[in-house]
Design a protein around this ligand. Structure first.
Ligand code: AMP
Ligand code: GLY
Length: 420
């Protein structure tokens, strides 16, 4: 099969790497890709959100399947545009991607189908927001409705903090149209976990669980980031919780989207909080997580091409998904200053000593090549170092040893990924 992967981060590196291992893959293309992906697949300099460009490439390259990695092209309707030209794409349609693209849509949807979640209030003016914030004594979460590059969620302790966050969004246009309408949510507590399921619109199968580490610094301190590391399986989720999440969250979502007239096809990523009252939805994402993919896919024993093909042909029913028993962790090496301002273009050490290692995989998140063809940093998150091991301790040992060997002075990383 000819496969095109849309995107160019660590997640897409892990996805493309899995495809590259499949005997079913004939031609593997990635757009835009990155220097890590380039070592085994053909990359094309087309941005992930260039919808027309991606469609043209898919057509020119005679792609049988397009795997859409990031949320933006999904929310912009890349899947629908590809369908119009007769190309199968893996990922939800524009309407179905609203589960991630609009937090208000997602909350109203869960309410309609009795999917457990925190209580919430929709606000399009500051007066309504203030009343709700006061009702909750400021202990609440303020959320921009639309996509805001992971920055549109403010967890608040006080009335003033929450009013300030709401004012920034509604009146000061902090996130443009994405923040014109907001949610004020009840703030719930518990351990968080990411749950990944795949669905063809009818059948859903749990792929794996993972735990993300979102804060920038050790002991969950510092600002929120896209994710500084992850571990799979999520240590807090046992068989019983897995079943509960599947029956009370995943399956009602897939069934609800179908009865709403927008069948959900692709990866459904549920961010859940394990509260005293059971698992509740913090958010839905319409794609794989980054860096969670870098720990989930290395555990997959079933051919990813088979899963993707069975999904886009509505044939997941008889698909069996097998995971290795091992544990995986990934530690992100980020540029100093991330998630604030940071320098780009700093040279990286050679990474070829990790080629052909079975238990260490280095995924490129934000790298590029300079004019001399040397590897340089080009983003906040630069590399994602995945270790595969018997248990968490074993993985930690391997991952941190590899990071020591990489020894990149200009980066920083958390030292407590997977620490129990
Ligand atoms: P999100 O971007 O929706 O995943 O939110 C970012 C982070 O904010 C989550 O990982 C949670 O830690 C926190 N969060 C979001 N919603 C809530 C909520 N209703 N109660 C408590 N924490 C929340
Ligand atoms: N790691 C969080 C996300 O991918 O949304």
């Amino acid at each position: 099969m000819n496969i095109l992967v849309v995107g160019g981060g660590g997640r897409e590196h892990a996805i493309a790497y899995s495809f590259s291992k499949s005997p079913l893959t004939k031609k593997l293309m990635v757009a835009p890709g990155n220097p890590g992906i380039e070592t085994f697949a053909k990359c094309y300099p087309i941005a992930a959100d260039d919808i027309d460009g991606q469609c043209r490439l898919a057509k020119d390259m005679k792609a049988d399947i397009v795997f859409i990695g990031p949320e933006i092209p999904l929310v912009l309707g890349l899947k629908d545009k590809l369908s119009e030209i007769g190309i199968n794409a893996f990922g939800p349609s524009k309407e179905a991607a609203k589960l991630e693209g609009s937090k208000i849509f997602s909350r109203n949807f869960c309410k309609k189908y009795n999917i457990p979640q925190p209580s919430f209030k929709y606000c399009s003016d500051l007066k309504t927001a203030k009343d709700q914030i006061e009702l909750l004594n400021g202990y609440c979460v303020v959320k921009a409705d639309g996509l805001a590059a992971g920055k549109g969620v403010i967890v608040c302790d006080t009335v003033n903090e929450a009013i300030e966050a709401s004012t920034q969004m509604i009146e000061k246009n902090k996130f443009g149209d994405a923040g014109k309408s907001i949610l004020i949510e009840e703030r719930i507590t518990g351990i968080e976990a990411s749950v990944f399921a795949v669905s063809d619109g009818n059948t859903a199968i749990l792929l794996a669980t993972a735990q993300d580490h979102k804060r920038a610094y050790d002991n969950d301190e510092g600002p929120n980031t896209g994710g500084m590391g992850a571990i799979s399986p999520a240590p807090a989720i046992n068989e019983e919780l897995n079943e509960k999440i599947f029956n009370n969250i995943i399956m009602p979502t897939i069934d609800g989207m179908r009865s709403n007239g927008n069948p959900y096809q692709g990866i459904l990523y549920a961010g859940v909080m394990l509260t005293d009252e059971g698992p509740k939805v913090i958010e839905f994402n319409c794609r794989f997580g980054d860096p969670e993919t870098q720990v989930v896919l290395p555990r997959l024993n079933t051919d990813l091409v088979e899963i993707v093909h069975n999904t886009v042909t509505n044939n997941l029913e008889n698909t069996f998904i097998d995971l290795i028993d091992n544990t995986t962790i990934t530690v992100v090496i980020a540029s100093q200053g991330y998630p604030g301002t940071f320098k780009k273009g700093i040279e990286l050490p050679l990474l070829d000593k990790f080629d052909n290692k079975d238990d260490i995989l280095i995924f490129h998140s934000g790298t590029a090549k300079n004019d001399n063809e040397n590897l340089i940093s080009s983003g906040g998150r630069v590399l994602s170092v995945t270790a595969i091991g018997e248990n968490v301790q074993d993985c930690r040992k391997k991952a941190y040893k590899a990071i020591e060997e990489i020894n990149w002075d200009n980066g920083f990383f958390r030292r407590d990924i997977g620490k129990l």
